[in-house]
Write a protein that binds this ligand. Structure first.
Ligand SMILES: Cc1cc2nc3c(=O)[nH]c(=O)nc-3n(C[C@H](O)[C@H](O)[C@H](O)COP(=O)(O)O)c2cc1C
Length: 375
C-alpha cells in the first residue's frame, strides 16, 4: 500500500518526501511532476513570490532509467528562500493559524518554529506525491480534474459541462473557474479584498473519472473510501469541510430526489444510473460513476489589515504579525486536493488489485473488470 511522509520548513533548505509502495515498472515523467508543481503555484490572488519562483523536483531514489523499481521514492524540492535561521522571531500570534496553540504545545518562545512547519508550503510535497500517483492511475484510465466553484460569494455556473470541458476551461482561467463570466467577477472580488487588506476563501470541486466500481469497502469503518478521501482533503491547510455529490443540499431534499435510480442496459450488458447525486460513492465504495467532491476553504488567516492579538512575552494587546501572504489561495487548494485524492485512489487501487509490479497489478485489474462486465 502507498504511504508517505513529508519533511521541511517553509524557509528551510528544502521540502522532502519519501513515498513507499509504488509497484515496479511505472515510467515516471519528471516533467509531468514539475508541471503539477507549477499548477499549484498559479492562481490570481497569490503572493508575488509565486509568480517569480518555480518549484523543481529532484527524484533522489526509487527510479532506474526513469522507471520505478519497487523501492521507496525520495523527492526533494529546494526552497529558493532558505533564510529560516536568520529570520526575526515572531511574538504576535495570528488568529486562524497554528501560531498560539503550537507555541503552547511545543513550549516555544518564538512562534516562527511553529509557522515554518505549519505553513501550506508543505503541500508542495503532497502535490509531488500526488503527481506520481496520477501517473500510476493514468495506466488504468483514471483522470482527476478540479475547478473553483466559488470565491468570495461569486458562484460559477458549470451545469452540464463534461469532465474534459471543465478541466480545459478551468486550466485557462486565472482562478481555475470553468465559468468565464464568474472567473472575471472572482478576480474583481480578489482585487477588492486586496485593496482592503483583507482575504478570501471559497469552494473547490474535484472530479475523478474512470474509477472502477468497488474501491474501498463497507465492511470496516476505516476502509470506507469517502472517509479516506475526506480525511486527505481536510488535511490540507485551511480546508474546513468536504462533501460528496449533492452533499449538504441533501438535507433539504426528499429521498426520492436524492438517490440515483439503477437501470440495466441489456444491449451493453451493464448497470447504469441517470444521475450522480451520490458523487460516485455509495456504502463507502466507488460505484463506477465520477467521484465528485467539494471542499470549502476559509479565507487566508494572515491579514495585511492585521487582527487583534496578544504578545506572547509581554501579554500586551498588539496587532497580529503580518507575514508575506496570499489574498486568496483557493485555485492552488484545488490542485492540492487533486494530488491528495490521487494518492488515496492509487492506494485503494493497490489495496484492491495488489501487485508488486505494474504488470501484476494490471492482470488483477483486468480480471476484475472482466468479472464485473460478466456479472
Ligand atoms: C495553497 C495554500 C496557500 C496558503 N497561503 C497562505 C498564506 O499565504 N498566508 C496564510 O496566512 N495562510 C495561508 N494558507 C492557509 C494556512 O496555511 C492555514 O490557514 C493555517 O496553516 C492554519 O491551518 P487551518 O486553517 O487548517 O487551521 C494557505 C493554504 C493553502 C492550502
Amino acid at each position: 500500500m502507498l504511504r508517505y511522509l513529508t519533511s521541511g520548513e517553509s524557509h528551510g533548505k528544502c521540502m522532502l518526501t519519501i513515498l513507499e509502495g509504488m509497484p515496479s515498472g511505472v515510467a515516471i515523467d519528471e516533467r509531468m511532476v514539475k508541471g503539477e508543481l507549477t499548477r499549484r503555484m498559479l492562481g490570481y490572488g497569490r503572493g508575488k513570490r509565486m509568480a517569480i519562483e518555480s518549484d523543481k523536483v529532484e527524484i533522489l531514489s526509487g527510479l532506474r532509467k526513469g522507471r520505478t523499481i519497487g523501492s521507496p521514492i525520495a523527492m526533494m524540492i529546494r526552497n529558493i528562500d532558505s533564510s529560516m535561521d536568520r529570520l526575526q522571531a515572531v511574538l504576535n500570534p495570528r488568529p486562524g493559524h497554528a501560531d498560539l496553540t503550537g507555541a503552547l504545545k511545543y513550549n516555544f518562545g518564538d512562534i516562527r518554529n511553529v509557522l515554518e512547519r505549519a505553513s501550506a508550503r508543505d503541500t508542495v510535497s503532497r502535490v509531488a506525491v500526488g503527481a506520481v500517483s496520477k501517473i500510476l492511475l493514468a495506466e488504468f484510465g483514471i483522470r482527476i480534474a478540479s475547478h473553483v466553484v466559488m470565491i468570495g460569494g461569486v458562484e460559477a455556473d458549470t451545469e452540464g459541462l463534461t469532465f474534459g470541458k471543465t478541466l480545459a476551461l478551468a486550466e485557462r482561467s486565472p482562478v481555475r473557474c470553468a465559468d468565464a463570466a464568474a472567473s472575471k467577477l472572482m478576480c474583481d472580488e480578489i482585487d477588492k479584498a486586496c485593496e482592503a487588506g483583507d482575504t478570501l476563501g471559497g469552494i473547490i470541486e474535484v472530479i475523478i473519472n474512470g474509477v472502477p466500481p468497488g474501491l474501498g469497502s463497507y465492511s470496516q469503518w476505516d476502509r470506507r473510501i469517502d472517509g479516506t478521501l475526506a480525511r486527505a482533503i481536510l488535511s490540507i491547510q485551511a480546508i474546513k469541510g468536504v462533501s460528496f455529490g449533492l452533499g449538504f443540499e441533501t438535507a433539504e431534499l426528499a429521498g426520492s430526489l436524492v438517490h440515483d435510480e439503477i437501470f440495466y442496459d441489456r444491449k451493453k450488458k451493464c448497470f447504469y444510473r441517470k444521475t450522480n447525486n451520490a458523487g460516485g460513492v455509495e456504502g463507502g465504495m466507488t460505484n463506477g460513476e465520477d467521484i465528485v467532491m467539494r471542499a470549502v476553504m476559509k479565507p487566508i488567516a494572515t491579514l495585511r489589515k492585521a487582527l487583534s492579538s496578544a504578545n506572547i512575552r509581554t501579554k500586551s494587546p498588539v496587532r497580529a504579525t503580518v507575514e508575506r501572504a496570499d489574498v486568496c489561495a483557493v485555485p492552488a487548494a484545488a490542485v492540492i486536493a487533486e494530488g491528495v485524492s490521487a494518492v488515496e485512489i492509487a492506494n485503494a487501487m493497490l489495496e484492491k488489485f495488489g501487485g508488486d509490479s505494474l504488470g501484476e497489478m494490471r492482470r488483477n485489474y483486468e480480471g476484475y473488470i472482466k468479472q464485473v462486465r460478466g456479472f
